[in-house]
Every structure is written in C-alpha cells, then in structure tokens.
Design a binder for this molecule. Structure first.
Ligand SMILES: *Cc1c(COP(=O)(O)O)cnc(C)c1O
Length: 373
C-alpha cells in the first residue's frame, strides 16, 4: 500500500467520490447513461491495456485487448448494416476523434472537396475542419435542428464541380435532430455532386436508433449509405470513461494507413496509444445487454422523455421533443436552476436528456423546483 500517514490521499478520494455521486443524480443536461455497473471489470484496471496501432494488426506490444476491440467494432458496424469484409473501424477517445477521423478520410479522398455541415452540428466539426485546413460552408439548420436541404443544394451548386463532403448529424447536440441521409443523397444528385463523402456524427443517437430498427438510423451500405459513422461510448452505452467507435469503408482507409516497423503494426488511427479499457467497457455493455436489452433501455428513455414533456407542459412550459428523442427542449429557466441541474443552454433554449439511469423521480424533482421559480 502507498503510505498515507496523514490520510490526505484517502480523504481527497472520499471527497471526490462524494462530489461525483452528488453530481450524478442531477446530470440531466448532459448525455451520459448512469445505469451500468462495471465492477466485474475492476480487476483489469490495475494493468495497462494499450491497443496501440491498427486493431487488426496485433503488433509487438503484448498488453492489448485488440480481440475485444475488433468485437466492439464488428458489433457496432453490424448495427449500421456494415460487414467485416467491407468495413473497418477502431475504438476512439470519443466522437470528437471520430469526426476528425471521418473528415480526414474524406479530405484524403478529395483534397479539393468542400465540407458542408449544419449550424446545429457539434462544435468538434468546425474544429476538425480547422485542424485539417478544409474548405467548408456552413448550412443553416431548421428551428428544430435539422439540416436545411435546399440550402445545402444551393451551397453545393455554388461551389461548382468540387467534390462534396457532407457531415450529417444523427442526434444534434441541442435538439437531437437527425439529418436525413436520403434527402442529402437526393440533394447531392440534383446538384450534380457525384464525387462525395458522407460522414455521420451519430455520437448520441446512432446506437439507440439502430437497435430500435428506426428508418432514421444511419446505414453503412446502399445508395444512401454513409462512408463513415462515429458513436460515443460514454453516452448511450454508459462507459465510465470518454470513448467511442468509428467505422468506415475499408477501401477509403487504405489511403491513410502507414506501416510502422517500430510497432510492427499499422498507423491508421488518429492517436497512437489507445485505451484498451474503453474497448472492454463497451464490449461488456454491448454483450451484457445484447440488442434486446439495448432496445428496451432506449425505449425506457424515450418513455421518460415523453413523461418529461407532459410534466413540463402540465406546468405551462413550452416543452417539446422529436419523436425518437431522449432530449426534451424547454425555454431556459433561471440561472440558478441551469447551474444546479447542469442544463446545457443556447439561445434561450435548454435541454434535458433522459439517459438510461435517469428516473421519473429525478425529473419530477426538477419540475417541482422549476414550478417554485
Ligand atoms: C457528444 C457529441 C460529440 C462529441 O463527442 P465526444 O465523444 O464527447 O468527443 C460530437 N457530436 C455530437 C452530436 C455529440 O452529441
């Protein structure tokens, strides 16, 4: 044991644990599921698990769980209709990295392409465009958060014959809106953009839509299939560390992979050393719950979101949600409530996200405080 003569290490850890526990029950504004128990994985947290390099090339570093990572990638890819033969992917540090990876693929395919994304897209998209030095055009979103397809068509047409790189969102940050891949494909067809790459940022909603068999779920194949899709692992899956998965068409990935003799592996990922525990955490949730369990969990979240809208409208608040969404949008309440309940807010609107583990008791406690003003 580490020496801790005056108990400072122990008391600090106890204080942190208390603060985190208190925060958990009021975390209704940011999308992290809180219902999963990772205790069975704890014995593995005392060892380094580094999936450095390509998940499909074992490499020299023996302390990895790339077999588990490949299972996670295959499971997530198949949710979106992907196959091992056609699709490759890896466990990321989150959807920020997933978006950067997808856009890197697109820019490598089309160095003269123009990136289009809506003003409801996540802020990581603008950052990725800056990092990659991509030419880009911002497309307006509707008031409910969906990309404005006519405006997309005009923007694409105004860039002449340049390849179109479209970043679509499945579950926008503020309203959980879903950009329609069918309408995006039709718009690009009409604008004559045959050279195209579509990346879907499905950080929050990709898995819940897919397990529900929703027609709005992004797909990896077919006429309106995406070239790359990313999801977060600490949102719907509830992993205890920020993480995610990105999946892309294999034929695109060949353009970015580089052999590295130092690793005896292939450098195809954005970060070199990668978190093996994240792969384990996602693998554990995916298989412990299975598709049926994930589907039931998503349905419970949607039911709670419906309850939330009803409670808020009963109290005279102008609350609404998209039909598939865990997210409830409401007019921004007082600064005190925004802080106390960690409500993400923008332009006079706030949201509550009914992630798995949030209960009607949490929601009713919030509504009661809101009603008191
Ligand atoms: C959360 C989120 C991101 C960022 O994902 P991280 O995993 O936190 O990096 C990107 N896009 C959307 C739509 C998100 O909800």
């Amino acid at each position: 044991m580490t020496a801790d003569p005056d108990g400072w290490l122990t008391s600090t850890l106890a204080r942190v644990a208390l603060r985190v526990q208190e925060g958990r029950v009021r975390s209704i504004g940011y999308p992290g599921a809180i219902d999963q128990d990772f205790t069975p994985l704890l014995p593995l947290f005392n060892v380094l698990l580094n999936n450095v390099g390509d998940p499909e090339v074992a490499g020299l570093e023996p302390r990895h769980v790339k077999d588990v990572e490949r299972d996670v990638v295959r499971t997530v890819a198949s949710l979106f209709g992907g196959t091992h033969a056609e699709h490759w992917g890896y466990v990321t540090s989150g959807s920020t990295e997933g978006n950067l990876f997808g856009l890197q693929l697109a820019r490598t395919r089309y160095s003269d392409g123009v990136l289009y994304y809506s003003d409801a897209a996540h802020y990581s998209v603008a950052k990725a465009a800056r990092l990659l030095g991509m030419r880009h055009a911002l497309v307006p979103a509707t008031t409910t958060g969906e990309m404005h397809y006519d405006a997309l068509g005009e923007a694409v047409a105004s860039h002449g014959r340049r390849p179109a790189i479209v970043l679509a969102t499945a579950g926008t940050t503020m309203t959980e809106a879903i950009d329609d891949l069918g309408l995006i494909a039709k718009t690009l067809d009409q604008a004559g953009a045959s050279e195209r790459h579509v990346h879907v940022d499905a950080a929050l909603s990709g898995i819940p839509l897919a397990v529900a068999g929703s027609l709005a779920a992004p797909r990896l194949r077919g006429d309106t299939g995406a070239d790359s899709i990313c999801v977060s692992g600490h949102k719907f899956l509830g992993a205890p560390m920020p993480c995610g998965v990105v999946v892309a068409r294999r034929i695109h990935v060949a353009g970015i992979a580089r052999g590295v003799s130092y690793l005896d592996s292939v450098d195809s990922t954005i970060t070199g050393s990668r978190n093996g525990h994240a792969a384990l955490a996602m693998w554990y949730v995916l298989h412990r719950l299975g598709i049926d369990g994930l589907r039931r969990r998503a349905a419970a979240s949607r039911a709670l979101a419906l309850h939330t809208v009803q409670r808020l409208t009963d109290h005279g608040y102008d609350a609404w949600r998209h039909e598939h969404a865990f997210t409830v949008v409401l007019p921004t309440p007082s600064e005190r409530l925004v802080r106390r309940w960690a409500l993400a807010s923008a332009e006079g609107r706030s949201h509550i996200i009914c992630m798995p583990g949030i209960t009607a008791d949490h929601i009713d406690a919030f509504v009661a405080e809101l009603a008191q003003g």
